[in-house]
Structure formats: structure tokens, C-alpha cells
Design a binder for this molecule. Structure first.
Ligand code: ZN
Ligand code: ZN
Length: 263
């Protein structure tokens, strides 16, 4: 069984002492591919370095998170662009994570809009998918994405909306990625979404080190734990884990345009 964790912050300081062990443990558990997103310039660089250190296993996304949008300026856009024009390009599979977060509101809405649009345009220029982070901001995110409809695709990571929001995301050509929160006792409406998304648009992720699935809640999350999310998704959809792994793996390979002849 091959599993694809589409979102793990292995560049987070919580992994600084044992990232090698974490990646080997992932592989031992069938998690053979992992996308590491950027949230700012320095950890986008760290994501690229990890991709270089674990070729064909770890892939990088580069971008500035909505939390950091106030600090986003032409200079940062230039730096991101320079990664894509360099030899590092082959390690980069997406622009992200980008989007909007009106729950925490660490940056102003205006700068979140600006950073999101600039980075979508960067993705279009380099023909890359985007990894979208959205929390309490679906209306604004959809408004922006409609302006680029047909030109950009990607992933709604750690999906937190309901069936209506999922339907809109699917209509815009996006994939939907589920994280450990689907295993929580109070998972609620997200379970309806898990059942509603068609096979060819479904992905799984850990969002490590956050959102640790049951039965490891309270511990640091890591890619090897994605199997618990996968198992829950398979259960809800009434299929076996192996087919769910195969489906989500081939979807991830498609969205991130990874050509390795694997699974
Ligand atoms: Zn996120
Ligand atoms: Zn994330």
C-alpha cells in the first residue's frame, strides 16, 4: 500500500531534531510521498531543502500563509519567483499554503486578499497548482478564485467547510483534502463532506505537527499517522483502506504533476 500525505509541515521546529526518523517511519508505514508546504520565505527554503534531502519522497510547496500576509510585498514575490526560475524548480510542486483566514485574523483582510491574488498569479505563470488554506473565509476565497476560474487548480487543504462549500470548490476544479479532524468524536458536518466528494477529487493529509488523529490526540502529529485519517475516510465511504490509498495517491500524483511511475 502506498499513501500520499499531501500536507505536512516537516519544516516546523517541532521536527528539527528527528525529521529523518519521521520520514523513515512514514515510509515504513506505507507513506511514500509527502508534500511540505511553506508558510513564509524561510520555511519555503526549508521545504526545498527537505525535498532535496529526500528525493522522490518529499516535495516542496512555496508560499506565504495568510497569517503572514501583512508582511507580503513585491520583495517576497520576487524571492518566490526566483526559486521557480532556479534549479530548485524541480523540487517544487505547488504554491502554498496561501489563502485566507478570518478566524485568527493575524493579518488584515486587505493584505490577505492582495497576497492571495499575487501568489495565484505566480502559480498561473509557472503552471503550478495552489494549496489553499481557508478558515471562516469561504466567500472571499471563492470570489477571488472565480476571477481565475479555469486558469488555476489545486487543493483545499484541511477542509473545514460544509457540503455547499465543497460543491463550490469542486465546481472550480479543486481537490479536497481531509485531515485528522475527521477522526474526532465531534467531527460533525465534515463527515457529510467526506461522503459527498467524488473519488477523483479526494485527498488526505496530516497537517502535521497539528491535528493529530485519534488515537494519538495530544501527541505531535506526523505523516505515518495519515493512515488513521485514510481509514476513517474509507470506512465512511464503505470501501477498503487499500482502495482508498490507491485512489487518493493517484489523485495527489495528478494534482501535483508528479511523474515517477509509482503506484
Ligand atoms: Zn493551513
Ligand atoms: Zn498547513
Amino acid at each position: 500500500m502506498q499513501i500520499f500525505d499531501t500536507h505536512a509541515h516537516l519544516n516546523d521546529t517541532k521536527f528539527k531534531d528527528d525529521v529523518d526518523a519521521v520520514v523513515f517511519r512514514a515510509k515504513d508505514n506505507g507513506v511514500s510521498k509527502i508534500v511540505v508546504p511553506g508558510t513564509d520565505i524561510h520555511d519555503s527554503v526549508a521545504a526545498i531543502e527537505l525535498a532535496k534531502g529526500f528525493p522522490d519522497t518529499v516535495y516542496a510547496a512555496v508560499g506565504v500563509h495568510p497569517h503572514e500576509a501583512d508582511s507580503f510585498a513585491q520583495e517576497k514575490l520576487n524571492v518566490l519567483n526566483s526559486f521557480l526560475l532556479s534549479g530548485d524548480r524541480s523540487y517544487i510542486v505547488a504554491i502554498g499554503e496561501i489563502g485566507m483566514d478570518f478566524y485568527r485574523n493575524y493579518s488584515s483582510r486587505e493584505s490577505q486578499h492582495r497576497a492571495f491574488r499575487s501568489q495565484i498569479e505566480l502559480a498561473i505563470e509557472h503552471e503550478l497548482p495552489i494549496i489553499v488554506h481557508v478558515r471562516d473565509a469561504f466567500d472571499d476565497v471563492f470570489d477571488v478564485l472565480r476571477d481565475y476560474s479555469g486558469d488555476v487548480k489545486g487543493v483545499f487543504h484541511c477542509f473545514s467547510g460544509g457540503v455547499d462549500e465543497a460543491t463550490e470548490a469542486l465546481k472550480l476544479g479543486f481537490w479536497i483534502s481531509f485531515a485528522g479532524n475527521v477522526t474526532f468524536k465531534k467531527a460533525g458536518k465534515i463527515l457529510d463532506v467526506v461522503m459527498a466528494v467524488p473519488d477523483d477529487r479526494l485527498l488526505v493529509e496530516t497537517d502535521a505537527p497539528y491535528l493529530t488523529p485519534v488515537p494519538f490526540r495530544g501527541k505531535r502529529n506526523e505523516p505515518s499517522f495519515v493512515v488513521y485519517t485514510l481509514t476513517k475516510v474509507a470506512e465512511l465511504r464503505g470501501v477498503d483502506v487499500e482502495s482508498m490509498a490507491r485512489i487518493t495517491y493517484s489523485n495527489a500524483v495528478e494534482v501535483f504533476k508528479i511523474h515517477d511511475g509509482g503506484a
